[in-house]
Design a protein around this ligand. Structure first.
Ligand code: EPZ
Length: 421
């Protein structure tokens, strides 16, 4: 396994290019399985999670090639409807093959995703949505077993106790494209990644209205064709680099950052005293004054994203004053707290609330990566901490950030990747 060694104290300066969105790429790659036609997907980030999705697609029988950031899928004739535990257990998002495979092959057998360090990952909304359009679904021996000789459109409320569900929306929207009649999804996820998926499905010949809103309408069609599509850029990677510029007191141009997808993050960073200006290439982020503490509550899009909670906590850890961070999407998503505390952060946890008392300075220490975004938070803390930080198990970071050490090094960071002895 690899680790990062980071020497803190450098103000990041220069420009960085954001890659394609992991969370748009995964459901869009899965959606290519709805058709027999060839699809070409561009701006796909070369990440561990993407490679896992490609392995699942090949296992199902599709011909899949990746050259650089372009993926070519030729699914014609694939017939295996089982996504196995050994692959799905390494990436929970694999569950998004359920909708497309079920709609195309009339049956699908996908391993239950299993637990995750950010908390339980239920699938009741995925099951509710697919059952509403006629799928017969059982949970057997750790697998979701779905049969649907005939899918018929329906109206379904897909909201859960934590709000909308991104991948449950993706599963139902993709399956509904081949159902007979109209499907209406109420309390659908409005994330930009869902809108990007809807745009790709539309290019395949699907008839979808209302994506980007909580009510999505899908008029089923008989079949879909392959299509070409370029994935949107990764708003969470953009947000992570914005936080890196802020925490190091830097001055960074973040190319391809799309302010239309970053409203809540821009709002919170500006309230914290960071200057953010829109340029023709993206966003220019500069710390021009001392940081101010801000309170953050994570919510479904367009609210503040849970995938940026840990990064914001790292920033507030060095901001004088008290910040309250409330995690409403994954109430247990605080794996980063104990590791940040090893670096001197003062954070008091009380259920889904974290009270952050900004410390004057963090100090470098050996820490361990866990969840993808918790690991990003440890990197941010290490960039500003006094001295050296070793971050072990950074395969978690490789799942969602493409060559992050090269991107940080280009901005002046003292970071290197080493083999863990
Ligand atoms: C997507 O996961 C993202 N992953 C996650 O990003 C992100 O944290 C999450 O959305 C929330 O924004 C991908 O898009 C690949 P959800 P997803 O279903 O769809 C509850 C990252 O770091 N829920 O929107 O699995 C659930 O427990 C990853 O890139 C149910 O109750 O998340 C959670 O509390 C981590 N029943 C809330 O809904 C269900 O059937 C939102 O989860 C499904 C979900």
């Amino acid at each position: 396994m690899d680790k990062f060694i980071i020497e803190g104290g450098v103000r990041l300066k220069g420009s960085v290019e954001i890659s394609g969105s992991k969370n748009a790429a995964l459901p869009i790659l899965a959606a290519t399985l709805l058709s027999d036609g060839k699809s070409v997907i561009k701006n796909v980030p070369p990440l561990r999670d993407v490679y896992t999705m490609l392995r699942i697609m090949r296992y199902l029988g599709a011909k899949v090639d990746m050259e650089g950031d372009v993926v070519t899928v030729e699914p014609a004739g694939y017939s295996n409807h089982t996504a196995p535990y050994k692959l799905v257990s390494t990436m929970r998002a694999s569950v998004c093959v359920l909708g497309p495979v079920l709609a195309k092959l009339k049956r699908a057998r996908v391993s239950m995703p299993g637990g995750c360090v950010i908390g339980p990952r239920p699938i009741d909304l995925h099951v509710k949505g697919l059952r509403s359009i006629g799928a017969d679904i059982k949970i057997e021996h750790g697998y979701i077993v779905a049969d649907a000789p005939k899918l018929r459109g329906a109206r379904v409320y897909l909201g859960g106790n934590f709000g909308s569900s991104v991948l449950a929306t993706a599963n139902l929207m993709t399956a509904a494209t081949l159902a007979k009649g109209k499907t209406v999804i109420e309390s659908a996820a409005c994330e930009p990644e869902i809108a990007d998926l809807a745009r790709f499905l539309t290019k395949m010949g699907a008839r979808i209205k209302g994506y980007d809103t909580p009510i999505i309408e899908i008029e089923g069609v008989k079949s879909l064709r392959g299509a070409e599509h370029s994935i949107i850029y990764d708003r969470i990677e953009a947000g992570t680099f914005m936080a890196a510029a802020a925490i190091t007191g830097g001055d960074v141009l973040i190319k391809h950052a799309n302010i239309e997808h970053l409203g809540a993050i821009v709002d919170k960073l500006q309230s914290a005293g960071i200057r953010i200006t829109r340029t023709k290439d993206g966003l220019h982020v500069k710390k021009t004054r001392s940081l101010k503490p801000v309170d953050v509550t994570t919510l479904p899009y367009p609210g503040f994203p849970t995938d940026m909670q840990a990064q914001m906590m790292a920033l507030m850890s060095i901001t004088k004053g008290i910040s309250v961070i409330i995690e409403k999407i994954y109430p247990e998503r605080f794996m980063h707290v104990s590791e940040l505390a090893r670096m001197g952060a003062q954070i008091y946890l009380e259920g889904p609330r974290a009270i952050v008392q900004g410390a004057s300075r963090l100090s470098g220490a050996p820490v361990m990566a866990s969840d993808l975004r918790a690991s990003a938070a440890l990197m941010l803390a290490a960039l500003v901490a006094k001295g050296k930080t070793d971050i072990s198990r950074i395969y978690h970071i490789d799942r969602g950030y493409h060559i992050i050490e090269d991107k940080l090094e280009k901005l002046g960071a003292k970071i290197k990747r080493e083999k863990e002895e």
